[in-house]
Design a protein around this ligand. Structure first.
Ligand code: C2O
Ligand code: CU
Length: 433
């Protein structure tokens, strides 16, 4: 149980104003050291970094089409910036130091202002030295409500993370560990699901917004105690909602569930030994006026349709890492033999082009590849467009094609969201003109 943390989350949500407030007042997001109760109450506290006094930072909740304006104040003792993960945003607001904005030095601030084009579950996080800053807690949920949100009794955010901490709660301070970087990344010693609501009634219809904020861990996840559907992935509605079965959430990936509560809602991380309980939402009482309509698809996002025949086809090969073959990159990981960002973009794309990218994982580890500023289709093996995502998981030696309409001008990162892999070479960028 984490009463302090839950309280903090609830209080900050209230302070941010009612959901979907049309006139959203500017506010401040201040990054600074915080103390969090990661371990069960009574055990040691953990020193992290957070926004507005908590990690996860406050839930920012707005309605689709709203403009979000906020001032980021940096008080963590080193440079930072905030990236709005999954938002099809104006390039200058994307939050990548040196590529899209100046670094926000300690003691300085930066005002972000952008509109929210798509309803869905998103998140924000630091984008400087992210393998450390995100692992220390600099992230929070960003929820964009539909114009007419689906009927539910509770809209619940579920942040799933792991932390590398001692039994005392103290952070293990080996963030840049090269051995971690060359393997699966900085895996935590303790994991949990932090829910924004701790109690529901049997018969309540709930919307669960799952967000994997871990910097390295892919969570296999089982959710029990409810009956319903998965309705969205990475913020994007599924045209046909799916049954809730075991999911795999790569770092940065999200999933939305709408379902009716039948029992204690449990979030379980199945492991080879005993299942690891990440958290639960307890049940008291009965809702005697449940919603009886079946869970329906959410309204589709308004994205540009891809061309029938892609304007170009390109291949991106993930290489390097421990137990990988030889690669030409000068760091641990590379894309197409090149580690890190070049001065010139990997691709210069004319605005509106449909590009098919073959992602080829030629390494001994899985990677979650994220494209900034756009969503893309994962292509099914038969070539038909599958799910819309902003982060796609490739298992070791797996190949998948994605299809993207690059309609958002600017400089966009494309990188592994295992943040230690990104730090040690697995990133590139494209320019949309
Ligand atoms: Cu969620 Cu480049 O990041
Ligand atoms: Cu990776």
């Amino acid at each position: 149980m984490m009463p302090n943390r839950r309280q903090a989350l609830a209080i900050t949500c209230a302070a941010l104003g009612a959901p979907g407030t049309a006139l959203s007042a500017p506010f401040v997001l201040r990054a600074a050291p915080v103390t969090a109760q990661i371990l069960p109450a009574g055990d040691g506290a953990t020193g992290l970094w957070g926004y507005n006094g908590s990690s996860p930072g406050p839930e920012i909740r707005r309605r689709v089409g709203d403009t979000l304006e906020l001032t980021f104040e940096n008080a963590i003792g080193e440079g930072s910036a905030i990236h709005w993960h999954g938002i099809r945003i104006e390039n200058v607001m994307d939050g990548v130091p040196y590529l899209t904005q100046p670094m926000v030095a300690d003691g300085e601030n930066f005002t972000y202002r952008f509109t929210l084009p798509d309803a869905g579950t998103y998140w924000y996080h630091s984008h400087n030295r992210s393998w450390e800053q995100v692992a220390r807690g600099l992230y929070g949920p960003l929820i964009v409500e539909e114009r007419r949100p689906p009927d539910v009794h509770h809209d619940i955010t579920v942040v799933i993370d792991d932390w590398r901490i001692e039994r005392t709660g103290e952070v293990v301070e080996n963030f840049g560990d090269r051995h971690d970087f060359s393997h699966a990344g900085r895996l935590g010693t303790y994991a949990r699901a932090i829910t924004s609501v701790s109690q529901v009634r049997r018969g309540d219809r709930v919307r669960l917004r799952l967000i994997n904020t871990a910097t390295a861990r892919i969570f296999p996840l089982e959710v029990s105690g409810l009956s319903g559907k998965i309705v969205a992935l990475d913020g994007m509605p599924l045209s046909r909602p799916r049954d809730i079965e075991r999911m795999f959430l790569a770092p940065a990936q999200r999933a939305d569930i709408i379902a009716d509560v039948t029992d204690t809602v449990k979030f379980v991380f199945p492991t080879r030994q005993d299942p690891y309980e990440l958290g639960e939402i307890s049940v008291t009482g009965q809702n005697n006026s449940p919603f009886v309509t079946p869970v329906a698809a959410l309204p589709p996002a308004d994205l540009p349709a891809p061309a029938d025949i892609p304007d170009r086809r390109v291949t991106l090969v993930m290489q390097g890492g421990a137990m990988g073959g030889v690669h030409r990159g000068d760091d641990i990981w590379s894309f197409n033999g090149i580690s890190g960002l070049m001065d010139d973009p990997w691709q210069t794309i004319e605005r509106g082009e449909t590009v098919q990218i073959t992602l080829k994982n030629d390494t001994a580890f899985p990677h979650g590849i994220h494209l900034h500023g756009h969503h893309f289709f994962e292509l099914n093996p038969d070539g038909s467009p599958g799910d819309l995502r902003d982060t796609t998981l490739l298992q070791r030696q797996e190949t998948r094609d994605i299809l993207c309409v690059f309609d958002n001008p600017g400089k966009w990162l494309l990188h592994c969201h295992m943040l230690g892999h990104q730090a040690s070479g697995m990133k590139t960028w494209v320019q949309v003109t």
